[in-house]
Design a binder for this molecule. Structure first.
Ligand code: GRF
Length: 224
C-alpha cells in the first residue's frame, strides 16, 4: 500500500477528502502523517481526529528557508512515504528538498495550469475576464507550480462571480480531482518521465480531465 504524507498550511479540506476516500475504501493508501508550518492549521486537527500523526514545525525556529525545509523533510522522511501530497501548503519549497522527491510529490493548485501559477488565482481569472477556470494536480519541481500537470478540472466562470464564489464552487471539484489523481498514482498508473506525465506507460499529450463521474479521462475521451 502506498504510504502518503501530506503537507498542509490551513483549513485542510483537501486532506479531509483524502481521509474520507481512504475510509470509504476508494483510495488504496496509508496516510502516514500530516505536516504543517502553522500551528493553528485546522488540517492538523483533522489529522488528529482521524488518528493520524500530525506535526507542526515553525519557520521562525529555523535560521532560514533552507534550514526549515531540511528540518521538515527530515521529519517527513522518518515515516518513509512513497508519496508527498501538498494540499494547501502555502510556503515555497527550496529546490534542494524538492529535487530528491521529483516524481514522488504532488501539489493541487487552484488554476488551469500553466495559467496563473502563484497566489490569488481567482482574482486574476476574474480580472482577465476569463470564461473558464479550474484546478490542477501536478508533480512538484523546483519551479513554483511549474511541474508536469497530471490532471485538471474545468469550470465555467459565471456572470457576477466573485473570488469567493469561484473558490467555493471550485473546492468540491478540487477534492475529487485530488482523490482521483492520488488514486491513479497509488495504483502505479501514472509517473513523471523526462518528457512529461505517462499513464500506463504512454506519454500523455494533454493533462487528464476530471469527468462528471469523478473519474479522469484522456483527451481522446477514454476513462483512466
Ligand atoms: C485549495 O484551494 C488549494 O488548491 C490551494 O489552497 C486551498 C487549500 O484548501 N492550494 P484546503 O486547506 O485543502 O481546504
Amino acid at each position: 500500500m502506498l504510504r502518503v504524507a501530506v503537507l498542509a498550511s490551513g483549513r485542510g479540506s483537501n486532506l479531509q477528502a483524502l481521509i474520507d476516500a481512504r475510509d470509504a475504501g476508494a483510495l488504496p493508501v496509508e496516510l502516514v502523517g500530516v505536516w504543517s508550518d502553522r500551528p493553528r492549521a485546522s488540517a492538523l486537527d483533522r489529522a488528529r481526529a482521524a488518528g493520524l500523526r500530525a506535526e507542526c514545525l515553525l519557520p521562525r525556529d529555523h535560521t532560514d528557508r533552507l534550514a526549515f525545509d531540511r528540518a521538515l523533510f527530515e521529519r517527513i522522511a522518518t515515516v518513509q512515504p512513497g508519496l508527498i501530497v501538498c494540499a494547501g501548503y502555502l510556503r515555497i519549497l527550496s529546490a534542494a528538498v524538492v529535487e530528491p522527491w521529483i516524481g514522488r510529490m504532488l501539489n493541487i493548485h487552484p488554476s488551469l495550469l500553466p495559467a496563473y501559477p502563484g497566489l490569488h488565482t481567482h482574482e486574476r481569472v476574474l480580472r482577465a475576464g476569463d470564461r473558464s477556470h479550474g484546478a490542477s494536480v501536478h508533480f512538484v519541481t523546483p519551479e513554483l507550480d511549474g511541474g508536469p500537470v497530471i490532471a485538471r478540472v474545468r469550470m465555467a466562470v459565471e456572470d457576477g462571480d466573485t473570488p469567493e464564489r469561484l473558490a467555493a464552487r471550485l473546492l468540491p471539484l478540487e477534492h475529487q480531482l485530488l482523490v482521483a489523481s492520488v488514486g491513479l498514482y497509488a495504483r502505479r498508473r501514472i509517473e513523471a518521465t523526462a518528457f512529461g506525465v505517462a499513464l500506463d506507460g504512454q506519454l500523455l499529450s494533454a493533462p487528464l480531465e476530471l469527468h462528471r463521474n469523478g473519474r479522469l479521462e484522456t483527451d481522446t475521451g477514454a476513462l483512466a
